[in-house]
Design a binder for this molecule. Structure first.
Ligand code: ATP
Ligand code: MG
Length: 168
C-alpha cells in the first residue's frame, strides 16, 4: 500500500509530522505531494518547492523508517482536472490522506479511497500561526522539528517572510 499526503508545507510543522507518523503505521510507502509548488516569496507561500523538499526530507529522515517520496506539484487552474494532474506526476498511490475539504471532495469524486486524519492541536500547529509568529517575532521554532528550523534559518526564512510581507 502506498499512501498519498498533500500540503503546501509553508512551513512543515509538527501537525504534519503527527499525521505522517500516523500514516506510517498504515502503509508501506508514503508519497508527500508539495502543493502550489510554483509559489514562493509571498506572505502565504514564502518558501520554494526545493526548500520545502529539504524541510520534509530532513524531518522524515529523522522520524520514519519506511520509504518516502517528496513530489512537488504545481497548481493548475482547473480543479476538475487536479486529481489527474496529481496522479500524472506522482508515484502511483492507493490511499489518500487529507482533511482538506476540497482535496477530499476531488479525490472522492475520482473514486479514490480517502482517509481524514485527526487534527493535532490545530490552534498552534498551523502554517498560518507559524507565519504570524515569524512576522511579529514570537516563538515559532517550538512548532517545527529542529531540522526544519535549521533549514529556515539557513535560508533566512524569517527575514524573507518579513520582506515579502512589507510594503514600499
Ligand atoms: P496554512 O495555514 O498555511 O494553510 P497548514 O498548517 O494548514 O498551513 P497545509 O500545508 O495547508 O498546512 O496542510 C497540509 C495538510 O496538513 C492539510 O490537509 C491540513 O489539514 C493538515 N494539517 C495542518 N495542520 C495540521 C494539524 N495541526 N494536525 C493535523 N493535520 C494538519
Ligand atoms: Mg492549510
Amino acid at each position: 500500500i502506498r499512501g498519498f499526503y498533500i500540503g503546501r508545507f509553508q512551513p512543515y510543522h509538527y501537525g504534519h509530522q503527527s499525521v505522517i507518523e500516523h500514516i506510517a503505521e498504515e502503509v508501506d510507502e508514503i508519497v508527500i505531494g508539495i502543493g502550489s509548488a510554483q509559489q514562493s516569496h509571498s506572505p502565504e507561500n514564502p518558501y520554494t518547492a526545493g526548500e520545502r523538499v529539504l524541510m520534509i526530507t530532513r524531518a522524515l529522515e529523522h522520524s520514519v523508517s519506511l520509504p518516502f517520496y517528496v513530489i512537488p506539484i504545481e497548481d493548475i487552474q482547473r480543479n476538475a482536472l487536479w486529481v489527474s494532474h496529481a496522479r500524472a506526476i506522482s508515484p502511483p498511490f492507493n490511499v489518500v490522506y487529507s482533511s482538506n475539504p476540497l482535496v477530499v471532495r476531488l479525490f472522492n469524486e475520482a473514486g479514490a479511497e480517502v482517509i481524514s486524519p485527526e487534527m493535532f492541536i490545530r490552534e498552534n500547529y498551523s502554517g498560518t500561526e507559524i507565519r504570524r509568529r515569524m512576522l511579529v517575532g514570537e516563538d515559532w521554532m517550538s512548532l517545527v522539528p529542529p531540522v526544519v528550523a535549521d533549514v529556515i534559518n539557513e535560508i533566512d526564512g524569517v527575514g524573507r517572510l518579513q520582506d515579502v510581507s512589507g510594503s514600499d
